[in-house]
Design a protein around this ligand. Structure first.
Ligand code: AOF
Ligand code: ZN
Length: 352
């Protein structure tokens, strides 16, 4: 199952509004004879692909599925029926599917056909891997990951213009991997103005995996000459704007999409925006700063996962303090991973 979960991560961020599911077909000798992952765009599902690869060898074999096989008729028959038809003898499942068209019916089809079913194996790990799908299905909002890169003195940047390389190349490559596994990336307008970022995935082998880019920009201040707007026709850019003005019209003419949002207490109403994004199919939302955006999301209790990088350099005077210090235990979160990328450290926290 651990291998099936790892395999499922392959298409994470590219299967919306479907989860990225992994399936392995294993024969009596413990040999993997078929592998499947939900295809880009959400179809075909994982199971028929794994069964196709296994062919005749699926007869009497065990299928490991990271999500309960579906029970509804889409463009193809249900995956549960496909497993039955292929002669699978045993199914081991991880996460249950909250989709009302499935929700227990998939496992029921298998059992009714005499297949030996084990549910809930590595369910936590599988649920973590498809946290975006589950959050969107159950809570009608995306799963929110907040990434912050902290300097040695817990700063996230310096007042004024220009990007500051707080972490090294390996950590920055890791951030691009995280972008590739997301459905959308979001920053505040202050970050967009100060850093002029691209927010794309530029890793070799992962070209074309850049998700849409969103800027919280209630007054439409994103410059027409910015890197984001210049590249808007290649990788979509949207601004969340609450004011209809000339600048907004010009940005729209330059290919920038508009997410019309409400204000609450002088700032963008974040819960409503997230609900809107979820309704547009965004399940995994990756937030890349800055301080005001991070604070707003943390205050509203909308951060599900925190990824903190820690670089070796100090920023000192003129630095912008991180809303979260590296060494403070985070209330309501637990540490799920600690790693090192080059000279930089990384800690991942998930909401309890
Ligand atoms: C599976 N295997 O690989 C995936 C499943 O829009 P449709 O017809 O593709 O159905 C979407 C639903 O299918 C989704 O909500 C979830 O319940 C299930 N996803 N099921 O058997 C897969 N990706
Ligand atoms: Zn299916």
């Amino acid at each position: 199952m651990a291998a099936a979960i790892r395999f499922s991560l392959r298409n994470l961020g590219r299967t919306a509004t479907n989860p990225s599911v992994g399936t392995l077909i294993v024969d009596d000798h413990g040999i993997i004879v078929g592998r499947g992952v939900t295809a880009v765009g959400g179809r075909p599902h994982a199971e028929p692909q794994a069964l196709a690869e296994a062919g005749e060898r699926a007869k009497g074999a065990t299928a490991y599925v990271t999500l309960e096989p579906c029970a509804h008729h889409g463009r193809t028959p249900p995956c549960a029926n496909a497993l039955v038809a292929a002669g699978i003898r045993r199914v081991v499942g991880a996460a249950a599917d909250p989709d009302p068209r499935v929700a227990g019916r998939g496992y029921a089809i298998l059992r009714d056909a005499g297949i030996d079913v084990t549910e809930g194996v590595l369910a936590t790990e599988a649920s973590d891997a498809m946290a975006g799908y589950l959050m969107r299905s159950l809570n009608k909002r995306p799963y929110v990951t907040l990434k912050l890169a902290l300097s040695a003195d817990d700063m996230i940047g310096r007042e004024g213009k220009g990007q500051l390389p707080i972490t090294g190349a390996t950590a920055r490559a890791q951030v691009q991997m995280m972008r590739a596994a997301s459905d959308a990336i979001m920053v505040g307008i202050n970050t967009a103005l100060a850093d002029d970022p691209l927010l794309t995935v530029r890793l070799s082998g992962l070209e074309g995996r850049s998700p849409i880019r969103i800027v919280l920009d209630k007054n439409s201040r994103l410059p027409l000459q910015s890197n984001l707007v210049r590249t808007a026709r290649d990788v979509p850019v949207r601004i969340a704007a609450s004011v209809d003005n000339d600048r907004r019209a010009k940005l729209e003419a330059a290919g920038v999409g508009i997410l019309a949002v409400e204000e609450f207490d002088g700032r963008i109403a974040m819960p409503e925006l997230l609900e809107d994004l979820a309704s547009q199919g965004i399940a995994n939302l990756f937030i890349e700063g800055g301080a005001a955006t991070a604070r707003a999301l943390l205050t509203d209790g909308l951060v599900d996962r925190l990824v903190l990088f820690k670089g070796a350099m100090k920023i000192g005077r003129g630095g912008i303090a991180s809303p979260i210090a590296w060494d403070t235990p985070l209330q309501g979160f637990h540490l799920t991973r600690e790693s090192r990328f080059g000279d930089d450290l990384c800690r991942e926290w998930r909401r309890d």
